[in-house]
Write a protein that binds this ligand. Structure first.
Ligand code: GRF
Length: 203
């Protein structure tokens, strides 16, 4: 069994894609050991509970209020995941940048999803920024990327998989967001299959 932790901050539609793939047998040998949310109101919490997956709510605020450094939060988060025997970590819409205090526990085993192509639109609101860039004539397509997280660089690291996503002249932002999300649900599951299933069985 390969046990993964999934870290979320919001809707959790990518978490749902992983849950669906695990339950359908499309990620054989993969088990979600725990889901962590840093936000109490994240809809992904409801998805987690519905599927009977262990859930940890782990906010940063108590650390900030106590004047504790970010590395304390990151180190404690890593300890929690190790307690669930997680061997891989999937950042599925997790809105914190993780430091070496966390990453050092999971070298080359943290996977992030970015709703744009490698090297483009790092950080928040990537889809909207790509849409605006399209409107200005700067790009004619965008994409989705899954990558490993070796360090604190935002939305950067060795690419596991990426795919282009077209932008159409008649698209509104909602259209593009929906197309990106559909694409990333598939890409994330395919990337996890490659990393966690194919690689593990020596294929
Ligand atoms: C996704 O677009 C992901 O690429 C980005 O945050 C969003 C999370 O969506 N990093 P969800 O919470 O999985 O629905």
């Amino acid at each position: 069994m390969t046990t993964i932790a999934v870290l979320i901050s919001g809707n959790g539609s990518n978490l749902q894609a992983i849950i669906g793939a695990v339950e359908a047998g499309n990620l054989p040998g993969v088990e979600i050991a725990v889901v962590v949310s840093n936000r109490k109101d994240a809809f992904g919490i409801k998805r987690t509970i519905k599927h009977g997956i262990p859930l940890i709510y782990f906010p940063l605020l108590p650390y900030t209020r106590a004047g504790r450094p970010r590395s304390d939060y990151d180190a404690d988060l890593a300890t929690i995941l190790c307690g669930f025997q997680a061997s891989w970590v999937v950042l599925a819409g997790w809105m914190h940048v993780l430091s070496s205090a966390f990453l050092g526990h999971f070298p080359s085993r943290v996977v992030n999803l970015h709703p744009a192509l490698a090297g483009t639109f790092p950080g928040t609101h990537a889809i909207e920024r790509a849409y605006r860039a399209y409107q200005r004539g700067e790009i004619d397509h965008t994409g989705v990327m899954v990558h490993l997280v070796p360090n604190e660089a935002v939305d950067a690291g060795p690419v596991v998989a990426q795919i282009e996503v077209p932008i159409n002249p008649q698209d509104c932002l909602d259209d593009l967001e929906a197309r990106i999300h559909r694409t990333e649900h598939n890409l994330l599951v395919n990337a996890l299959r490659r990393l966690l299933v194919d690689n593990q069985s020596g294929r």
